[in-house]
Design a protein around this ligand. Structure first.
Ligand SMILES: Cc1cc2nc3c(=O)[nH]c(=O)nc-3n(C[C@H](O)[C@H](O)[C@H](O)COP(=O)(O)OP(=O)(O)OC[C@H]3O[C@@H](n4cnc5c(N)ncnc54)[C@H](O)[C@@H]3O)c2cc1C
Length: 328
């Protein structure tokens, strides 16, 4: 379900609804009363509810399932063995790790935000932190205050979007408020501090004030690979023997299946029609490097945090960042 948190967001939500309808998807429009009947929040003005072709994924189970599938095909997995260097041997590439080498004719680099350390890839990819908090399990009485009997996965239309879902044991997992650390750090000490999650918790209680007696049991974050496209792009290397596929910008749980498949088609030069898509053969807009990246990100984060409530210079800044290519 996508929910509009301001009346101004309704036209955009209508457009999204029409796009679904144009493709024949079974997506319901919910007016204020209807959305409140599904999930009660003083912020929700309207919603669209996609009832087919959508679902929620438990990402750890997905990873374990992929691992089991790979092992059943005879793949050997070496964990904690980072690629440290790539050498072009002509017909093959040699990947060096701390205690071994792998030689292969073709390599798909699917290293997500960690690639933001690479001298060329970093022109297009920023390593951001995406943050999540989880509540203790809600009692039946606490859950009844918000309804949510259909247990939809939800994201809202806030400029810095928030997303939320229920777990099997009725915790609410609530995410959003991305952050950036100087130099595209992928494991910053700063995100281990609990204060970093205060603002996210604040938005949780704005969304569900009727749950003010609920406590949080977990808070965590991870790196995402932000690009101006907010979707995958491909960068060929070593005369086409290597392809970097990434840039999912925090939307890659299902999209990375598509990205990986297309990356492999590219390496094998199969000529499938998808390779002619602009998505496959164009790059997103470049993003300024340090020392400009950090101050730019800091001002943008502040503007995004406050634009919906305070407007002013924040709106002008967000427009400028939009003009740079970020679809904010
Ligand atoms: C908190 C959080 C919430 C999110 N929520 C959602 C969501 O609701 N929906 C959604 O669609 N997406 C979500 N995402 C994003 C999603 O997890 C990613 O887009 C997706 O996992 C990308 O898949 P990937 O295979 O490209 O990269 P990853 O799953 O990140 O895998 C990259 C792998 O490369 C490895 N690696 C890095 N460097 C090297 C090296 N030098 N050598 C060897 N291996 C290396 C890493 O260890 C890692 O295993 C979220 C991400 C975070 C952090």
């Amino acid at each position: 379900m996508t929910v509009a948190v301001r009346k101004d967001d309704l036209p955009e939500l209508r457009r999204e609804h029409q796009l679904h309808m144009g493709h024949g998807h079974d997506v319901a429009w919910l007016d204020k009363a209807e959305v409140q009947a599904e999930v009660a929040s003083p912020l929700f003005e309207a919603g669209i509810w996609s009832k087919e072709r959508t679902g929620t994924v438990q990402p750890a189970k997905l990873a374990w399932g992929l691992k089991a599938a790979a092992l059943s095909l005879g793949v050997t997995i070496y964990e904690h063995t980072p690629m440290e260097e790539v050498e072009d041997l002509g017909p093959k590439l040699r990947i060096r790790t701390h205690d071994g080498v792998i030689t292969a004719p073709k390599v798909l680099f699917a290293t997500n935000a960690w690639c933001a350390g690479h001298k060329k890839i970093k022109n297009y990819v920023v390593a951001m932190r995406d943050r999540v908090i989880a509540t203790e399990p809600l009692s039946d009485e606490q859950l009844s205050r918000i309804g949510w009997i259909h247990r939809q996965g939800i994201y809202d239309t806030r400029t810095q979007l928030n997303y939320m879902r229920l777990t099997k044991d009725n915790r609410i997992v609530y995410g959003g408020r991305i952050g950036y650390y100087y130099g595209d750090k992928t494991d910053p000490e700063g995100d281990r501090k609990i204060e970093v999650y205060d603002r996210l918790a604040g938005y949780f209680f704005k969304t569900f004030p009727q749950l003010e007696d609920v406590k949080f049991s977990h808070a965590w974050s991870g790196p995402i690979d932000l690009t101006t496209r907010l979707a995958v792009h491909f960068q060929p290397y070593y005369g086409g023997k290597g392809v970097y596929a990434g840039g999912y910008s925090g939307f890659g749980v299902t999209a990375s299946r598509f990205g990986a498949r297309l990356g492999i088609e590219m390496l094998d030069d199969t000529g499938v029609p998808e390779l002619d898509l602009g998505l496959a053969n164009s790059l997103p807009r470049p993003i300024p490097r340090e020392p400009f990246r950090w101050p730019g990100a800091a001002i943008t984060m502040r503007a995004l945090d406050e634009v919906d409530d305070k407007g002013g210079w924040r709106r002008a800044w967000v427009k400028m960042v939009h003009a740079m290519g970020f679809p904010l």
